[in-house]
Ligand binder design. Structure first.
Ligand code: NOJ
Ligand code: MG
Length: 567
């Protein structure tokens, strides 16, 4: 490897192009969206739980990073059985998070700063404390038919649930309600009864809630669990998969062909698209929809035409994992890009509140590579709070576990299911509770690594995750990232590369060493790229400095290291 002088000319081009990137109408296509888990981002009142005023006080962080939008996990009134994903009032803010005025202040400040605000919307279920459900239990009209109620199956004098369906959080998906004398469907926690989308009144209620928040100026929604909205109305048993290692009531034992991915979903989404579009016209900018559906590729792609701007792509999280090879990644990335319908763009999710943190999933060394990948591939990048500083999971004891998915799994298996490890407070600095709260007791414990791993420390370090991520955001806004040709190339089986090319523009190349040993590669021959290229950014810990010129016929890539070159 030959390292020479700083290639100033190239870095100047980079900065100029990034600055010149125009504000497009379809702003999300060359942007990063930042997911905030509100309980864990910033606590303004010292109760140990994050809140809206906390987020508002930190909006400058997003301006500094230059991300385009924040997506906030649910802030609605909730008994918190699933920490906000169990809503008991869709049109107000939970007191833990603040008030509707606090939300207005947040959006007003965000707007002034040029940031867009996307809300998480949870249409599949409500809380069992929602007045609709309480009335439904009592068969009060029109609420009697708002949920999915069924009689039990009577076998030899004993009543059983209507069918074999299982809850995502384990156990039967049906719970008997003695007062009504029937079972209700809950695809998630028992405190999250599924709404009945075959009832037009439910559809109208949910549209009204969407309109309420559009009227409050939101820029779009992330639709939670969209592929659970409809069920087959015959309610047949679901086929069993051969999973002898799993407990009998584990969700993954069944093939969910009747409780998920029903065709009616797309028709309903089209109606929501229309609701958003009337507001897009008013505000002269597209209101966007992100749809959460862990499903196969063809069904994911259908969400585009039904009105989703971002059918969420979970390929960096599942089913790919540490054992996945470069070949798996290349095949999956190519397939995604090739299947996106004309006029739409892909998206790449680095982390979220349901999956282990990227730095834990792939290991510290490899994590930056996935942030880089989400920047260099065309389309939207989505990161989870803390990914930009390399936050890691914190292991929890069963006693510390609060996530229903973990609690239901029991003391032996909770680690396989709990999402608490990736939900710990944001690490702002090295003071009390990592600067997240003045309270030294927080709703989930702070990761003890905050003493050294925190934003304040990384701000003063030009080779930190934070400094790296800022460069990635700027990179994504360059025209070559939007319209340049894209090629995913394997160098042997060990290194994956992405090459972006645009006429009259220096190419951009990402190289990721998937192996746990150092490699010397000839990227020039494999990728048909210039012999000399400048390092724009390299993964933390790789020891490769930004700004040096590399001989691409002989690149030394340390174990797990990634690098982006320009030239
Ligand atoms: C998906 C959300 O991301 C997850 O956190 C939640 O538990 C379920 N949907 C139920 O709303
Ligand atoms: Mg608070």
């Amino acid at each position: 490897m030959s390292i020479r002088f700083l290639s100033l000319a190239l870095l100047v081009i980079f900065v100029q192009q990034a600055a010149a990137a125009s504000k497009t109408k379809e702003w999300w296509k060359d942007a990063f969206i930042y997911q905030i888990y509100p309980r864990s981002f910033m606590d303004s009142d010292g109760d140990g739980v994050g809140d809206l005023k906390g987020i508002t006080s930190k909006l400058e962080h997003f301006v500094d990073l230059n991300v385009s939008a924040i997506w906030i996990s649910p802030i609605y009134v909730s008994p918190m059985a699933d920490f906000g994903y169990d809503v008991s009032n869709f049109t107000d803010v939970d007191p833990t998070f603040g008030t509707i005025m606090d939300f207005a202040n947040l959006t007003a400040k965000a707007k002034a700063l040029g940031l867009r605000v996307i809300l998480d919307f949870v249409p599949n279920h409500t809380s069992d404390k929602h007045p609709w459900f309480l009335n439904s239990v009592k068969k009060v009209k029109p609420y009697d038919d708002y949920y999915v109620w069924m009689d039990g199956k009577l076998v030899n004098g004993t009543t059983y649930p209507p069918n074999n369906w299982l809850s995502v959080f384990g156990g039967s998906a049906w719970k008997f309600n003695a007062e009504r004398g029937q079972y209700y469907l809950h695809q998630f926690a028992t405190g999250q009864p599924d709404l009945n989308y075959h009832n037009l009144a439910v559809i109208a209620e949910i549209e009204a809630a969407l309109t309420f928040w559009l009227d409050h100026g939101v820029d779009g929604f992330r639709i939670d669990a969209i592929n659970y909205l409809f069920e087959d109305t015959e309610y047949p048993d679901e086929p069993e998969l051969w999973k002898p290692d799993l407990p009998a009531d584990d969700y993954d034992r069944l093939d969910h062909i009747y409780s998920r991915d029903q065709v009616e979903t797309y028709t309903l989404l089209k109606a929501w698209r229309k609701v958003l579009d009337t507001h897009s016209k008013k505000d002269k900018e597209t209101k966007i929809l992100l749809t959460e559906a862990y499903t196969n590729l063809p069904l994911t792609m259908q969400y585009y035409d039904a009105g989703s701007n971002i059918p969420m792509n979970f390929m960096f999280m599942t089913p790919l994992d540490n054992r996945s090879t470069t070949r798996d990644f290349k095949r999956n990335i190519d397939t995604w890009i090739n299947n996106v319908p004309k006029g739409h763009s892909p998206n790449w999710i680095v982390g979220n509140h349901d999956q282990h943190r990227v730095a834990t999933r792939y290991g510290r060394k490899r994590a930056d590579g996935f942030l880089m990948l989400s920047a260099v591939l065309p389309g939207t990048g989505i990161i989870y709070y803390g990914d930009e500083i390399g936050m890691e999971d914190r292991n929890m004891t069963f006693k510390e576990t609060v996530d229903p998915a973990g609690c239901n799994a029991g003391s032996q298996r909770y680690r396989l299911k709990s999402r608490d490890p990736e939900r710990t407070p944001y690490q702002w600095d090295n003071t009390t509770s990592a600067g997240f709260s003045v309270n030294n007791k927080t709703w989930l414990p702070v990761n003890p690594n905050y003493k050294t791993l925190n934003l304040a420390a990384q701000k003063t370090d030009p080779s930190s995750h934070y400094s790296l991520f800022k460069k990635l955001v700027a990179l994504k806004k360059m025209p070559i990232m939007d319209t340049g040709e894209v090629q995913v190339i394997l160098v042997g089986y060990e290194v994956m590369g992405v090459v972006r090319k645009l006429p009259d523009t220096p190419p951009v190349v990402l190289l990721m060493n998937f192996e746990s040993y150092a490699l010397v590669i000839d990227a020039r021959t494999w990728m048909n790229i210039p012999e000399e290229m400048t390092v724009l950014v390299a993964s933390v810990g790789s020891g490769i400095p930004s700004g040096v010129v590399m001989d691409t016929t002989e690149i030394l890539l340390p174990a797990g290291a990634s690098v982006i070159l320009m030239g």
